[in-house]
Write a protein that binds this ligand. Structure first.
Ligand code: SAT
Ligand code: MN
Length: 589
């Protein structure tokens, strides 16, 4: 017999669906989440009792907890992620596809009775500012108290979502069950035409927090194409100059390539009077405003950031953000109830408890924290949070940046000649893989707009949609490509990155306002000698030259690999982009 709490009676579409799913999953209890502080405390206490959360030292980490996931469930699983569109070609060659009826049948068998003895949490949430026409309502049904608590941080969760939904049937239907965490019974299925997500067998990050990659990107990108907007894997930041003028920039980088660091950047001393404000660190929803400019909202309300490498030098604002009210996943634990990860400030502790709960000694060949260990922290903790994050219309974007992790070939910064050339730069983005997804790290793969794992429809059509956006944009943002990750022959990074990226960002902002000249090359516009301000920077002469160098032989190989990538899209590949590739090739020869 199912026991339910607080089922609201004004949302019949929602309650009918919840009842249907409850019948399928057979939970012992249904809890409707209202998003209140009282509820958060109650669920947290319960999670501690269940051993799902470990309280941290309350003096050092007020209101913060550690969660250890199953060692076989530590990252997104791209090979188990499916786009279940009615037609296979609508998923495109870069997505796994399953016919919707096959997927429903297969997963229904897994969901059947899967919540026996467990509680089903009904988690209503809004992606985007409350009462914004850009925002979307979703409801996630989950048997994971950890997921419910994370969703409470990452989204506008509970009563505000039900208020926004009203009697409407227009909401994303997300069903999530932890199952037995056996990777052989793990499926993350998206049904774009039904605005539905079914996720089984993982409790981790992008597999389980359905508002994030599943709704805000995969379903979001599909809706964006239908409704004429873009859902992108982009941070959003505002740069204020000493005169007080703020310029907004959106930047796409693959997972675990420093989006959170870039979005929370502190400009170096040389840039006294300059300030950076965070609007978002992972996802942007972009629409053309009535003024013909591109406007961006961050659909999220918190950060699910990579812990390793985060420290007081690389990202002081993140350290302040995670100082309280934070859930840590798969980091190491110190003797005094504090957290630790590789790349933390100070001495490496002699002894730790590692991410799997095992004793760990300094000098061990194994990592104490998992490379994809994470923090979940509320945006409101961020000391440089933009005061415009909750603006229903968002912020106007003047520049778009595409960046990948490339040890060679791609120079520090280039500006595209025009929109189509900029879309080409995004379409040919490639990056070395990271620990954010299961699989080998460090392999270069094409990742258009950093959306390869997140595009909810045929990527050829997606690229055409990007090209089509130009028609409505009377004031298009300028488009740039960057690479912070170029290495020298010894394998050392040529560019220091982090706060020093402000020097490149300043050039980008100046170019967006046509306030500085540039040097034309066959690849795009690059900074003229001296236009990237290097004053007060500790970098050996020649390193910057090496980081900005363009090698023609490397580029010929690059263009060939682009051709192979483009070909897989067949007739859905926009001709304009293949033409851009051939133009570049002919300029090169
Ligand atoms: O696990 S998540 O998908 O939420 C993080 C990421 O890969 O960007
Ligand atoms: Mn991401």
């Amino acid at each position: 017999m199912t026991e339910a709490t607080q089922a609201p009676n004004t949302h019949s579409h929602l309650t009918n669906w919840v009842n249907d799913m409850a019948k399928l999953c057979a939970p012992d209890k249904i809890v409707w989440c209202d998003g209140s502080e009282e509820e958060k405390k109650r669920l947290t206490d319960q999670a501690v009792k269940m051993g799902v959360l470990i309280p941290l030292n309350p003096q050092k980490h007020p209101n913060s907890y550690l969660h250890r996931s199953s060692p076989t469930d530590v990252a997104r699983v791209e090979h188990l992620t499916f786009i279940c569109s009615r037609k296979k070609e609508d998923a495109g060659p870069t997505n796994n596809w399953m016919a919707p009826e096959d997927a429903y049948t297969k997963l229904r068998a897994l969901f059947e009775g899967s919540m026996k003895g467990r509680t089903m949490y009904v988690v209503p949430y809004v992606m985007g500012p409350l009462n914004s026409p850009h925002s979307k309502v979703g409801v996630e049904l989950t048997d994971s108290i950890y997921v419910a608590l994370n969703m409470g941080i990452m989204t506008r969760m509970g009563k505000p979502a039900l208020d926004m939904l009203g009697p409407s049937k227009d909401f994303n239907r997300g069903l999530h069950c932890t199952g037995d965490l056996n990777p052989d019974r793990r499926y993350i299925c998206h049904f774009p035409e039904d605005n539905t997500i079914w996720s089984f067998g993982s409790g981790y990050g992008g597999n389980a927090l359905l508002g994030k990659k599943c709704l805000a990107l995969r379903i979001g990108s599909y809706l964006g194409q239908k409704e004429g907007w873009l859902a992108e894997h982009m941070l959003i930041l505002g740069v204020e100059d000493p005169e007080g003028k703020t310029t907004y920039v959106a930047a796409a980088f693959p997972s675990a390539c420093g989006k959170t660091n870039f979005a929370m950047m502190i400009p170096p001393k040389r840039f006294a009077g300059w300030k950076v404000y965070t609007v978002g660190d992972d996802i942007a929803w972009l629409r053309v405003g009535e003024d013909g400019r591109l406007w961006a909202v961050n659909p999220e309300n918190g950060y699910f950031g990579v812990a390793p490498g985060t420290n007081w030098a690389s990202n002081p604002n993140a350290m302040k953000t995670i100082a309280k009210d934070t859930l840590f996943t798969n980091v190491a634990l110190t003797k005094d109830g504090s957290v630790w990860w590789e790349g933390m400030d100070g001495e490496v502790p002699d002894e730790l408890t590692d991410w799997q709960g095992r004793p760990w000694k300094k000098g061990s060949s194994e990592k104490a924290a998992h490379p994809n260990s994470r923090f979940t922290a509320p945006a409101s903790n961020n000391p440089i949070l933009s005061k415009h994050v909750n603006d229903p219309q968002g912020v106007p974007i003047s520049a778009i940046i595409f960046g990948g992790r490339r040890s060679n070939t791609v120079p520090l910064v280039m500006q595209s000649f025009n929109w189509a050339h900029g879309v080409f730069m995004g379409a040919t983005l490639a990056s070395e893989t990271t620990a954010a997804a299961v699989g080998q790290a460090g392999v270069v793969r094409r990742d258009p707009m950093a959306m390869l794992p997140f595009c909810g429809y045929n990527m050829g059509d997606y690229l055409q949609h990007w090209l089509d956006m130009q028609k409505k944009l009377t004031v298009p943002p300028k488009i740039f490509q960057v690479n912070w990750f170029r290495k020298d022959k010894e394998g050392k990074f040529l560019w220091p990155g982090y706060g020093e990226n402000m020097r490149v960002l300043k050039w980008i902002v100046d170019r967006a306002h046509v306030a500085v000249g540039a040097q034309e090359t066959v690849f795009g516009w690059v900074p003229k000698e001296g236009h990237i301000d290097l004053s007060g920077m500790d970098i050996a002469e020649g390193r910057v030259d090496e980081a900005t160098d363009i090698d023609e032989a490397e580029w010929k190989a690059e263009l060939q690999s682009q051709e192979t990538f483009f070909k897989q899209f067949g007739t859905t590949m926009p001709e304009t982009l293949e033409l851009q590739r051939q133009l570049l090739l002919s300029r090169l020869s």
